[in-house]
Ligand binder design. Structure first.
Ligand SMILES: C[S@@+](CC[C@H](N)C(=O)[O-])C[C@H]1O[C@@H](n2cnc3c(N)ncnc32)[C@H](O)[C@@H]1O
Length: 369
């Protein structure tokens, strides 16, 4: 049993902002010498470290995060040699699925898992930003938690602060029990230490099987109308107050279906259950789904204002950019899935003749024809 905390976004590319929380660990010179792959890796290591601390595990501070560490000479890695699985998780091919904020989309999941299974011999992680992969058995995890609690006690913490002794085995946090604070760029369970409890916007209740049920479930302030994306059909728009970053919608509702059917549907998500099992949810039928089926796919990172992620066995959309009145809600499906659905996932400027060759290879532009 491995403890895997997942949450991340499959994006087509990084923006420098993705690395803002890393800059403080490096001098200017060090920073400009880091290549993107290194930044991605440092970010993953930092997140793993923070997530492990957050759940009470004893995680040594990674070398590059230590105050007063020696300056990097551009050859020495800032990681200590380690055979921990945590560091093994990163592989260059993951860079394409740049970790950021989310993702549990159907086809990318399969592609990535296939990739990993075939290259490593077993299923390891979903194609998401893997924040904490402790690699501990449940027994080890509980033992280490116990040690941490004892330490607190020795340091003279108030006895009232001590975790109550329970003879029922503690429930191990599951992969999808974590939420993400967009302000702290960190994961939390329950509520963020700094920003408090997350906001969840419930659906308007509507009976299963009602004609047009999906529309009826629309929360107040949202509206379904023709999408601003040419040819995308209907979409969901905000007609109320600005939706704040960190607002959660969902879960996504639909019918449980088989893999093959889900793969064919433009309304499906996969729900990761365990190494052997996935659930497939298809919102094709309006009578058995909710309004989230109408949310379209962003064409690029700039456009995306919602992040899809798995939480407690369901798919939620979290607002990652303020959604002003009149704005369309747009989630990122993941590159592969978007491509399979024939979605144009970049807005290309008219290329200069000499750029055509390069743009043709680097720009993901697909059409159904
Ligand atoms: C989950 S549905 C979204 C709601 C859909 N627009 C409708 O009217 O029912 C996904 C489908 O919407 C369309 N779609 C979503 N995002 C799109 C985009 N960026 N460009 C073109 N079509 C898109 C595709 O046909 C896709 O299969």
């Amino acid at each position: 049993e491995r403890l895997i905390v997942i949450q991340g976004q499959i994006t087509s590319g990084d923006t420098s902002d993705d690395f803002d929380d890393l800059k403080r660990y490096f001098s200017k010179t060090e920073w400009i010498h880091l290549v993107k792959a290194e930044k991605v890796r440092y970010r993953s290591v930092r997140r793993n470290h923070l997530a492990m601390l957050a759940i009470g595990l004893n995680s040594p501070v990674p070398a590059f995060m230590r105050k007063g560490r020696p300056q990097m000479d551009n050859t020495a890695p800032l990681f200590e040699p380690s055979d921990s699985e945590e560091e093994d998780e990163w592989t260059p091919h993951l860079e394409r699925y740049t970790p950021g904020r989310t993702a549990v989309n159907l086809k990318t999941l399969y592609l990535l898992r296939y990739h990993q299974e075939s290259s490593r011999g077993s299923l390891q992680i979903p194609p998401t930003d893997c924040v904490c992969v402790s690699g501990l058995s449940k027994r080890q995890w509980l033992e280490r938690r116990g040690q941490t609690q004892d330490l607190n006690y020795q340091r003279g913490k108030n006895l009232r602060d001590r975790t109550r002794v329970s003879y029922i085995e503690e429930e191990e946090p599951k992969d999808d029990h974590f939420l993400f604070c967009e302000d702290c760029c960190d994961f939390f369970i329950g509520k963020c230490e700094l920003h408090g409890a997350p906001v969840f916007i419930p659906d308007t209740p509507a009976p299963q099987g009602a004609p047009d049920r999906a529309r009826l479930t629309l929360p107040p302030g949202l509206e379904i109308k023709t999408s601003g994306i040419p040819g995308a059909g209907l979409g969901v728009f905000n007609q109320g107050d600005t939706v704040a970053v960190g607002t959660h919608y969902g879960p996504y509702e639909g019918e449980n279906t088989e893999k093959d059917q889900a793969m064919e549907s433009g309304y499906s998500w996969v729900i990761y259950k365990n190494r052997l099992l996935d659930d497939y949810i298809d919102a094709k039928r309006e009578t058995y789904s909710n309004w989230m089926r109408y949310v379209n796919c962003a064409r690029n990172e700039e456009e995306q204002n919602l992040v899809a992620f798995q939480y407690r066995g369901g798919i939620l959309y979290r607002c990652c950019k303020p959604i002003a009145v009149g704005d369309e809600l747009l989630v990122w499906y993941g590159e592969e899935y978007a491509r399979d659905l024939g979605i144009c996932i970049c807005v290309c400027e008219t290329p200069e003749p000499e750029d055509i060759l390069i743009k043709n290879t680097s720009c993901w532009k697909y059409s159904k024809t």
